[in-house]
Design a protein around this ligand. Structure first.
Ligand code: MG
Length: 270
């Protein structure tokens, strides 16, 4: 009886092991046939080349400027006014990092992201410099709330200064410390400032209701909050990555490359 039990137990582990190995093999075979980031090539090309991308960024900053002028004129707040902006794909263009992922046939990972950050070579999103300097001329303080890692603070400040944003200093840059949710950082800034505008490429840059939400919830909240966009929230295009992909398309799941491909096809609406 005991020997039979051991046999069944061993058989179970043998089968489990085969399943894992087969899946691993299939994934590897797939990655050899199609580079795992091949599907993002067009998105990166669009950001780097399409004049429409450039036009959308200028449009976003132009609306931000109009709103800021309006808030400065109309504000009755006792607190100084402030703008909170995200950094990546809002002020700095990291598309060369996405190119690196395509050419190296790898997914985003912390190691390569930190290495890219240390180069301090991200360029400006079109229109960013003019908007930041305009805000400063109006006496509006600019806070940078980003989910770059806390250890990236020095190179982030350096990168911003290299592209001409001389006024940036570490005390105005709030990076990710323990959690990716930005609400506590926004609250902290709101204690001393009247935050009139938020700029970002990811809905979580604007409100915590978007944190961790799936595709349909994200879309529902956008409809509910539709009057805030172009008013207090200024959205920038980012077709390369974001919660729209990880939490939306891939439903916040850890998926193999084949499962991701299937999920992408499944989400296409005919
Ligand atoms: Mg961003």
């Amino acid at each position: 009886m005991r020997i039979n039990f051991i046999k069944v137990y061993m058989l179970f582990f043998f089968i489990s092991g085969c399943a894992v190995n087969n899946k691993h093999f299939t994934d590897k075979k797939n990655s050899n046939e199609t580079p795992i980031k091949e599907h993002s090539t067009l998105a990166v090309l669009w950001q780097q080349n399409a004049a429409e991308y450039r036009a959308l960024c200028h449009q976003a900053f132009n609306i931000a400027r109009l709103r800021l002028d309006q808030f400065v004129t109309e504000s009755k707040s006792n607190k100084p006014l402030a703008v909170i902006t995200d950094i990546d794909e809002t002020i700095l263009d990291n598309s060369p990092y996405s190119v690196q992922l395509i050419t190296n046939d790898e997914n985003y990972n912390k190691g390569s992201w930190l290495e890219w950050g240390r180069r301090e070579s991200a360029t400006l999103v079109p229109g960013a410099y003019d908007f930041i300097t305009h805000a400063e001329r109006l006496g509006v303080e600019v806070f940078y709330v980003s989910n770059r890692y806390a250890e990236q603070l020095d190179e982030t400040v350096n990168n911003l200064r290299k592209v001409g944003i001389d006024s940036v200093n570490a005390s105005n840059v709030y990076l990710r410390v323990s959690e990716s949710g930005k609400e506590p950082r926004r609250q902290k800034i709101s204690e001393t400032h009247e935050v009139v505008l938020l700029l970002g490429d990811n809905l979580s840059d604007f409100d915590h209701v978007y944190d961790g939400k799936n595709m349909s919830e994200r879309n529902e909240y956008v409809t509910k909050m539709k009057t805030a966009f172009g008013q207090h929230f200024i959205v920038f295009p980012n077709p390369m990555y974001g919660d729209w992909e990880s939490k939306g398309i891939y439903e916040n799941k850890r998926l193999s490359e084949i499962e991701k491909r299937d999920m992408r096809h499944k989400k296409l609406r005919n």
